[in-house]
Ligand binder design. Structure first.
Ligand code: GAP
Length: 453
């Protein structure tokens, strides 16, 4: 595909990701494992920041949500009761000529998109990966890799209720891996077979679900904006009846304008009392809640905002990507929000002379106790700035020979490329203001407060 100058494409992101250590194809040296991806040294920081920003907004900043972390392998009856064994399937068609397989509901024409051949009739293909628990491979030992994290929250509803004494409305949140044996994958990390989700099950009194559904639609849309995604690249789209999952009363997607077009980033669903009722019936354990007002046992409804970590990472990368003219060259820069940026600060000594290195190392040691900071003394300063621009590092701190005299360093802003010179003594405070409130009070062991020079 031809490169379009200035515009973000998936090809450019794949190439940048490999070049700079964001994301690699899984099992690369064996020719790659289809639709599985490895996060490199920079990508893992980015992914952790996305997850942390979600956890902060959904759990830490709220009184009415608690987090849990449940196992990937669960009792097989969970998936029977949840409806996944029966319903979690996509229509699969196969080309009679080239034998490639496709998702029938993703095709725009009734012929093979690859060779134009005739297709078989659709048959439903269950997306859950099956395996066996223990050494015996028989039907009694079937286990599934979870296709969503949500069921871990439903089966722990009573545990959480009893141990936290939470009253409705309240939510249980978790982040973790999910697996789906997707018929077709692609668009880089957009659709893969192993991915991570960030899900909240927010339990409410029946009858208040519509208002909470609206609340979470708005909250989740705003979360992306708060972390730097341009509003014009986001939209909310309500599902039509025929699109709804087997458990949903209604659902809205937060969609992002990816290079391949508007696509789902997150789904917010009203699951009613479906899951708690199903698990209660199948397990024989009560999953009801005593309503203090009506003095009745009720089965709560649940509102579920369910986001993909990898899709969010892709959206943050697409949105941050820019190519800007810079003198005779093009500067590739990722304008990440400081909370999302994988590396917050780079410390760059102008030379490898010992006294300069010592000075720069001390600055680095002081800052890294608060933030992810990279130390880089390779290549020319211009090349190092370009490298940090491609990583999306908001600030570079340059240490030069003058620094040894006046105890000052230069801070270069990624977006404006403006530079200011500040005393080392106020560097940590300055960076705290620029990057947002992080822990500035903790000095590393043996650390000392720098005196203004
Ligand atoms: N518990 C509800 C649920 O799982 P979903 O719409 O099937 O709902 C939620 O998935 C989110 O998980 C999606 O919006 C997407 O971000 C992410 N997701 C789903 N399948 C994915 C896949 N194959 N690859 C990457 N992300 C996926």
């Amino acid at each position: 595909m031809a490169e379009q100058p200035g515009k973000v494409t998936l090809e450019k992101l794949v190439s940048l990701s490999q070049r700079r250590g964001f994301i690699f194809q899984s099992s690369d040296i064996y020719g790659g494992m289809g639709s599985c991806w490895d996060y490199g040294p920079v990508g893992v920081e980015l992914k952790r920041n996305v997850k942390q920003a979600w956890w902060r907004a959904v759990v830490q900043e709220r009184d009415d949500v608690v987090g849990i972390d449940t196992s990937i392998l669960m009792h097989p009856q969970v998936w029977v009761a949840s409806g996944h064994v029966k319903e979690f399937a996509d229509p699969l068609v196969e080309c009679k000529s080239c034998h490639q397989r496709w998702r029938a509901d993703h095709l725009t024409e009734p012929k093979c998109p690859s060779c134009g051949g005739e297709l078989t009739e659709p048959r439903m293909f269950n997306l859950m990966f099956k395996t066996f628990m223990g050494p015996v491979e028989d039907a009694a030992n079937i286990a599934y890799l979870r296709p969503e994290t949500a069921q871990g929250m439903f089966v722990n509803f009573a545990n959480v209720l009893n141990t936290t004494r939470k009253r409705l409305p309240f939510g249980i949140a978790q982040q973790g891996k999910s697996f789906r044996n997707e018929i077709t994958t692609g668009n880089f990390i957009f659709r893969s077979r192993e991915f991570e989700q960030m899900e909240l099950e927010f339990f409410v009194k029946p009858g208040t679900d519509v208002e909470w559904f609206e609340h979470w639609r708005e909250q989740r849309f705003n979360w992306y904006v708060r972390h730097g995604i341009k509003k014009e690249n986001l939209r909310l789209r309500d599902h039509e009846k025929k699109e709804l999952a087997h458990y949903a009363i209604c659902c809205s997607d937060v969609e992002y304008l990816f290079p391949m077009g508007w696509s789902e980033l997150e789904g917010i669903a009203d699951r009613g009392s479906y899951d708690l009722t199903q698990h209660s019936k199948a397990s024989g354990k009560s999953l009801s809640y005593f309503d203090d007002e009506t003095k009745e046992q009720i089965v709560p409804y649940v509102i579920e905002p369910s986001a993909g970590v990898d899709r969010s990472v892709l959206a943050f990368m697409c949105d941050a990507y820019d190519e800007e003219p810079d003198k005779d060259e093009i500067r590739v820069v990722l304008h990440f929000h400081p909370d999302i940026a994988p590396i917050k600060i780079a410390v760059l000594p102008l030379s490898r002379k010992e006294n300069l290195v010592q000075f720069a190392r001390k600055v680095h040691a002081d800052l890294r106790s608060c933030w992810t900071v990279q130390y880089d003394d390779t290549q020319s300063i211009g090349r190092r700035y370009r490298r940090q621009d491609e990583l999306g590092t908001p600030f570079c701190i340059t240490v030069d020979f003058q620094s040894l005299e006046d105890n000052r360093v230069t801070i270069r802003d990624r977006d404006s490329m403006n530079q200011i010179r500040v005393p080392v003594a106020v560097l940590r405070d300055t960076m705290t203001k620029k990057l947002g409130g992080e822990n500035i009070l903790v000095l590393p062991e043996g650390g000392e407060v720098w005196k203004q020079g």
